[in-house]
Design a protein around this ligand. Structure first.
Ligand code: MTE
Ligand code: CO
Length: 390
């Protein structure tokens, strides 16, 4: 300290120039010093980038809202760039009056604002067979949480009038993959939204501009983007995405199907392999996110010794049903190695299981619905690694 801190003593360039004016960035972007905070993909994971996925940098974020430009993208035929003036939403099938809406028509229905997480059923899928990917961006980053503005799906279905035999709804996307999933009418009439805004602005093209289905708490695959049609039927359609995909082959040769709800889950985002400890012993903020398709997260426990002892973490920020929850555990680090784990519990009383418990119940043929407890091995130099403890 005798030398003095150059950050204080030196005259910096930014003390001396006239900075860019208010017209320079009509749509703002983050500081260049934050350029490492980006979605990333794993090149070897899929055969092509158009039918692929990138991951939200959850290790760099805080709070519960994901910035639009960082929401992970999963598409089966690339991003459809749709002119909203030429976009239509059709309702057909077992309805009294088949209807076609323009975007302008949809703007005249009563709206709702809701904050929900979206998790791809394949999130953490690589980890079924053991610790694989070194960072929560890759192990848990098929996840985002934004505020949607939209019309209740039930409002639109009631406008068309449901026939008495109506029991299922088939949303269809306008992209080249023609994504379709069977949604039970009970869910469609409960809390689904036909959304046109995320975090206040129009949906981003990669999130389904100009229209997407929001299916709160249920697997991301059902949240059809570029939504153009809703067919009402009396039984499920048995589409590819609910037969060959998004099913879980059990050890007895049978497969679980229609596993819609995303179970209670959590992960420590900092410290983590991409976010090593950058300081010595003393105060350390352990932070993470928790969520459940059943509703609110009521409790998160954190262990620093690989699950032997648990302490209740502090949930800070809004605690909303089917939204991310932010938790913290503030510890005094003695500088020794840690085995960090988090374990969430939801309002249905469901507790996040260990990966061993999951494998005992479901075998190891699965990809989807891995909500097992994650372990980060923090070494005394502050670096971190994805490990598993049995
Ligand atoms: N909708 C259409 N039309 N096409 C798609 O490829 N992918 C689905 C779903 N909806 C998809 C789609 C999958 S598998 C997921 S996980 C979510 O969209 C991802 O939503 P996001 O790209 O906004 O993160
Ligand atoms: Co998905």
């Amino acid at each position: 300290a005798a030398e003095g801190d150059p950050a204080i003593l030196e005259v910096k360039p930014w003390n001396q120039y006239l900075g860019p004016g208010v017209e320079a960035a009509p749509y703002g972007v983050p500081s260049p010093y934050e350029s490492h905070v980006v979605r990333r993909d794993v090149a070897w994971l899929t055969a092509s980038t158009e039918s692929s996925v990138n991951f939200t940098p959850i290790h760099e974020l805080d709070g519960i809202i994901t910035p639009n430009g960082l929401c992970f993208e999963r598409h089966h035929a690339g991003v459809a760039e749709i002119d909203p003036a030429e976009h239509r939403l059709m309702i057909n099938g077992l309805v009294e009056t088949p209807l076609v809406f323009t975007m302008a028509d949809l703007m005249r229905f009563p709206r709702e604002n809701r904050i929900y997480f979206l998790e791809c059923a394949a999130n953490s899928g690589m980890e079924w067979r053991g610790a694989q990917l070194n960072g929560c961006q890759y192990t848990h980053g098929m996840l985002h949480c934004v505020m949607y503005t939209g019309v209740k799906l039930s409002t639109l279905l009631e406008e068309a009038g449901l026939r008495s035999s109506a029991a299922w709804v088939l949303p269809e996307g306008a992209d080249a993959s023609l994504m379709t999933r069977s949604v039970p009418l009970e869910k469609a009439m409960d809390d689904c939204l036909v959304a046109f805004r995320m975090n206040g602005e129009a949906l981003r093209p990669e999130q389904g501009y100009p229209l997407r289905l929001v299916v709160p708490g249920w697997e991301g695959n059902m949240w059809v983007k570029w939504l153009r049609r809703l067919e009402v039927g009396d039984k499920p359609w048995q589409q590819r995405e609910e037969t060959s995909k998004y099913t879980d082959l059990l050890t007895n040769g049978k497969a679980r199907r229609f596993t819609w709800v995303m179970d209670v889950k959590s992960v420590i985002t900092s410290p983590s392999p991409q976010k090593p400890v950058g300081h010595g012993p003393g105060p350390m903020v352990i932070s993470g996110i928790a969520w459940s398709g059943n509703g609110r997260v009521t409790r998160v426990d954190v262990s620093i010794d690989g699950g032997r002892n648990w302490r209740s973490a502090r949930i800070d920020g809004p605690s909303l049903s089917k939204a991310l929850h932010r938790f913290y555990l503030d510890i005094d680090w003695d500088g020794s190695e840690l085995f960090l784990q988090s374990r969430a519990m939801d309002e249905a009383g469901v507790v996040q299981p260990t990966k061993d418990v999951l494998r005992a119940a479901r075998g190891d043929n699965s990809i989807y619905h891995n909500n097992g407890i994650q372990t980060w091995h923090i070494k005394s130099d502050g670096s971190a690694e994805n490990v598993e403890i049995s």
